[in-house]
Design a protein around this ligand. Structure first.
Ligand SMILES: *Cc1c(COP(=O)(O)O)cnc(C)c1O
Length: 395
């Protein structure tokens, strides 16, 4: 059994704060600060350029990728780290389109995160493809024989609704299409296995449930059957077969290495590597059970104590990731009032209060405190103050 009290104690959780926003930015594992400081002091400062070899900076994207592979049920050498998630979506989608050259249709849904759709729109323009976007519940019916790529985010960032990755992948394959899955709200939140689901490509964030820190680099997984065939559209020197030969022509590196682009963010990787230490010994089945326990308790508590909000997430935990949304007409102001009381969730337009439950550090005490604060704010109308209605740049 995973000891979640022990994983919770690995984090710096500020006094007086109940943090339910790890689906946007995970908190800092306490030892990450020392790890980054040590990297700066012992590696960058003293080793200078030799750190690429002596401190292993060059192989870090693969080495850290292998640590993430375990969390998503993938094998060694199948995951590499680098760039932002938007760029990794671009790479996966362009490679998938190139592997299915006789077809040009990309299918996605309107529950997807906008950046993924923007990337697909831009790629569709330059690669002469067409992006079709349907409602999440219409995806299965929209898988047609002209489809090149099915591109979905497994867990909806607003509602927490979870797609059936294995079933949709099987259906897409039967129709002759490839799949690209975005695991931004899955990796570290639920038991997810793109390899087990026979998916083709998967990408994800490390600053959400994996707690790598703001701007931590993203990851990409490629199914081994495509590893030597997938052609990255963003061809950079770090993904070249021999970067230090400085050839003028591009030749892809073997396997997953070709999905690297440029110089890796070594300082950020030190923080991410430290954050992944907390995952050592965590079982994914335990993680899932804990997530269901927390989200079920929260839904039950809010529905019993908070009139005026309506559940915006699937009621069946099997259909849900590790976050819960509730709708309220004044959701923005309600969330500001919650934050003022130390309960941090977030607001998603137009009227959703969103709460992420990270099994690694959230517990039933967090659930109780959040329910009590929300009940209190709604009963007293405490959200109705001018400063709670004023919108900040980042919501
Ligand atoms: C968080 C998130 C992103 C963010 O992409 P960045 O390039 O890292 O800013 C993209 N897609 C999805 C599905 C997300 O949840």
């Amino acid at each position: 059994m995973t000891d979640f009290a022990s994983t919770r104690s690995a984090f710096h959780l500020p006094e007086g704060i109940t943090y339910l926003d790890g689906n946007s930015l995970g908190p800092m594992p306490t030892h990450a600060a020392d790890r980054v400081a040590a990297m700066m002091r012992d590696e960058w400062a003293d080793m200078l350029i030799t750190g690429w070899n002596r401190a292993g900076w060059y192989v870090q994207p693969r080495r850290v990728g292998d640590r993430i592979a375990r969390l998503i049920g993938a094998g060694e050498g199948q995951v590499v780290i680098g760039d932002t998630l938007s760029i990794k979506v671009f790479q996966a989608l362009s490679a998938a389109l190139a592997l299915n050259p006789s077809r040009r249709v990309i299918l996605s849904d309107d529950g997807n995160f906008p950046s993924d759709l923007y990337v697909a729109q831009g790629l569709a323009r330059v690669m002469g493809a067409e992006l079709r976007v349907v409602a999440p519940e219409e995806v299965a019916a929209a898988i047609t024989p002209d489809l090149a790529v099915l591109m979905l985010t497994e867990v909806d960032y607003r509602t927490g609704r979870r797609h059936d990755m294995a079933a949709l992948t099987a259906q897409a394959h039967a129709a002759g299409a490839l799949t690209v899955w975005d695991l931004a709200h899955s990796a570290g939140a639920i038991d997810v296995e793109p390899l087990g689901a026979d998916a083709d490509f998967a990408v994800g964030c490390t600053y959400k449930y994996l707690n790598g820190g703001p701007g931590a680099p993203a990851f990409i997984w490629v199914h081994p059957r495509h590893a030597e065939a997938a052609a990255p559209c963003l061809q950079g020197w770090m993904g070249h077969a021999a970067p230090f030969a400085f050839d003028l022509g591009y030749a892809p590196a073997a396997g997953i290495e070709r999905m690297r682009v440029g110089t890796p963010p070594v300082i950020a990787l030190a923080a991410l590597d430290a954050a992944l230490d907390v995952w050592d010994g965590v079982g994914m089945a335990d993680l899932r059970a804990r997530s269901v326990e927390l989200t079920e308790a929260f839904i039950e508590g809010v529905e019993a104590a908070c009139p005026g909000v309506t559940l915006h997430s699937p009621r069946d935990p099997a259909m849900r990731g590790s976050q819960v949304g509730f709708r309220h007409p004044q959701a923005y102001a309600v969330m500001q009032a919650l934050i003022a009381r130390g309960v941090i969730g977030d607001f998603r337009a137009p009227d959703v209060l969103r709460f992420g439950f990270a099994p690694l550090y959230n517990d039933l005490g967090d659930v109780e405190r959040a329910v009590a604060a929300l009940a209190d704010i709604l009963a007293a109308g405490a959200w109705d103050r001018p400063d709670y209605h004023r919108r900040a740049a980042v919501t």
